[in-house]
Design a protein around this ligand. Sequence first.
Ligand code: HGY
Ligand code: MN
Ligand code: MN
Length: 572
Amino acid sequence: MVSTLEQLNAAGDDAAAAMLDNLYAQSPWVARQTLQARPFRSLAQLQHQLRHVVDRADPDTRLALIRAQPELADVTDFTPDALTRLQQLRAHYSDRFGFPFVLAGRDPRGVPLTPQQIIDELVRRLDNPADVEHQEALRSIHRIAEIRLGGDFGIDLSTGNDIWDWHEALSQHSDPGYAEKGQLTVTYLTDAHRACAQRISQWMRECGFDEVGIDAVGNVVGRYRADRADAPTLMTGSHYDTVRNAGKYDGRLGIFVPMACVRELHRQGQRLPYHLEVIGFAEEEGQRYRATFLGSGALIGDFKSEWLDQKDAQGITLRDAMQHAGLRIDDIPALRRDASRYLGFIEVHIEQGPVLFEMGLPLGVVTSINGSVRYMVQIFGMACHAGTTPMDRRRDAATATAELALYVERRAAQDGDSVGTIGMLEVPNGSINVVPGECRFSLDLRAPSDPQRDALVNDVLAELAAICQRRGLRYTLEETMRAAAAPSDPAWQLRWERAVDALGVPLYRMPSGAGHDAMKLHEVMPQAMLFVRGQNAGISHNPRESTTSDDIQLAAFAMQRLLDDLANDTPH
Ligand code: HGY
Ligand code: MN
Ligand code: MN
């Protein structure tokens, strides 16, 4: 029999505790203490309070909670060999950590894990340091409780599951050289990229958008018309290109969540007092060409024509790639939006960091997006014999780069909230027995404010010059991207805050260390973002990037709430 939140809030203490007694095995104290915070406005708020009660318990109580959990119950699908392997690993796990292996038997989509997935997860977690595994065990216990709560209270996850499934289906398209390895890489205008544009277009049509098209730079643009032609427009969306060996949710989540909202509006036959423009931006990551934010930039009139002569790793120019894809370069200037016709821009994105995951929160409201600058650097020294050249006679480009890398790490850490990364580094045509005469590398420098970012940049570039001076080397420097810090528009940030609060989800405001298309739209219209918790400690730009149907659904409900509230605030 399905329970309701109203029943839980109204029940006597014992009856209420009985409604929650299957969430945390052998540990009634969790529910009892949680219920003291009644009434709950949502299951999300109840879940957060359950986690909070466990987090504030003393270490011994938390350890007893883990030890009270039964071992994996359902092993019916295990072959005898797999079961033997499981038993051996579980024994090893208990010896190593002093508590049983606890795992939520379902994946982030709520689908039961296969025996192999269970064994793989157990093997992976055996490598965890004890303190990390202790936290991971607790998160597994909370995930089990979340799944059981959803069952007991009859949560319908169909919206979250559908959005989750769109990601899964789109991830089938990947560039050659990666697809064969089961890796996801979709770079600008490859066949996989263009297949993605077609899939997204098709799904938009199925969702009921009035107009769907692929624009002159490859953005997929869906419009859901307002209740009157001369209404203003709200823009939302994110990117569908990816980094190399990427996760499935970076960017795409911000396309699919609004698509699901339009699907619901269409199902209800509801029209808003504003047009809703949902955009799948074609190029944000700047992987194939150094043309970061190309998709969103084109909409604010910031398509740089010099990009057209850039060549990719195969020597194909951006111009050729666009013409091969049937894009009309002459039509690009017309993509520029008249910002006066827009209410603003909102974007949903996975957090791509550990904060929400560690706080046990499904959603966060973004306060500002860090400003960033990127460079490609070449250091030139002298290639020479590794065996005969004395150490004090070398002009080694690689050790100079290494010296700078350690400086970048130290200098960025000095600010506390700046970051500096050398993500690409190579000795072109290097040989094992040749002192590197050249070294190429990237620089990615970011900070919450432009002055802080620029101070970091100035110091790093000064150190680059000093290192090369001291070592007798020369270098070239090419700035490939500069994005100003983008504080959220207060009114739009408040809209997200109200929507999150209406779901009963505890409100958490946070900066974005990652760059997003919102920072381009920020240049011409007000913007604000919503973050969704990432699983696996929020890892991103990595195939372990993950998020649950539950959290995806909460993001969709938050956007629906924002759209409804905006409709009420917009003159009809
Ligand atoms: O690098 C970034 O911050 C984003 O993922 N493009
Ligand atoms: Mn990214
Ligand atoms: Mn992104």
